[in-house]
Design a binder for this molecule. Structure first.
Ligand code: SF4
Length: 201
């Protein structure tokens, strides 16, 4: 996929944009950019697949509630993530028109997208890119969320086949908030890392 037009669109919206052919190259770059600082990770299969946690942990203070012993109370860890200087998340969908969409259940990840960090990095595999806002929203709701529900093994109708959203009202519903970035927030430094590989859902 040629990222040139998307990069230009995102830069016009105030973002810093970096592009890589592989997750490995992106990981090498990020490892060189983030050093001796506090780092928080949002829940993200893309980040896990990249192996970024292991790379950054060797020379940063990294908090991630996905990497704690089973049974740990994750709330203090999530709060530490939210207070870190640098934060990493992936996205559920990115529209080629520039809108960035995330759906969240707990809210820690979308809270960090909106405020509080010196730097925010958003990791985007090519599978997350959709032509426009409507198709990006559809993707977030009907691809990313059901597959995440299936991965988590929650008791929701979408988790059976991971095929689509059933707009459930289940107590186990993982979709509780929708966040859309229309453009880079005032005063924020947000870097979008485009990777020409499929990552996450
Ligand atoms: S709203 Fe319910 S059915 Fe739809 S994706 Fe979320 S958890 Fe699944």
């Amino acid at each position: 996929m040629d990222f040139a037009a998307l990069k230009q669109t995102l830069e016009k919206l105030g973002y810093t944009v970096s592009c890589f052919d592989t997750a490995q190259e992106a990981c090498d770059y990020l490892d060189s950019q983030v050093d001796k600082t506090t780092v928080g990770f949002g829940g993200s299969l893309s980040l896990e697949q990249m192996g970024l946690y292991e790379r950054l942990s060797s020379h940063n203070d990294v908090s991630w509630h996905w990497h704690v012993p089973k049974g740990t109370d994750t709330r203090p860890i999530r709060l530490k993530e939210n207070a870190a200087s640098v934060y990493f998340s992936s996205v559920n969908a990115l529209a080629e028109t520039g809108e960035i969409i995330n759906i969240d259940g707990t809210g820690n990840r979308v809270a960090s997208m909106f405020y509080g960090h010196d730097r925010l990095y958003l990791i985007v595999g090519k599978n997350k890119i959709a032509p426009d806002y409507e198709s990006a929203l559809f993707r977030a709701r009907n691809v990313a969320s059901p597959r995440n529900a299936q991965r988590l093994g929650v008791k929701t109708p979408c988790a059976v086949k991971g095929d689509r959203c059933y707009d459930c009202k289940s107590p186990a519903r993982i979709c509780r908030g929708l966040a859309v970035l229309w453009e880079c927030l005032s005063g924020a430094h947000i870097e979008i890392v485009l990777i020409n590989e499929d990552l996450g859902y």
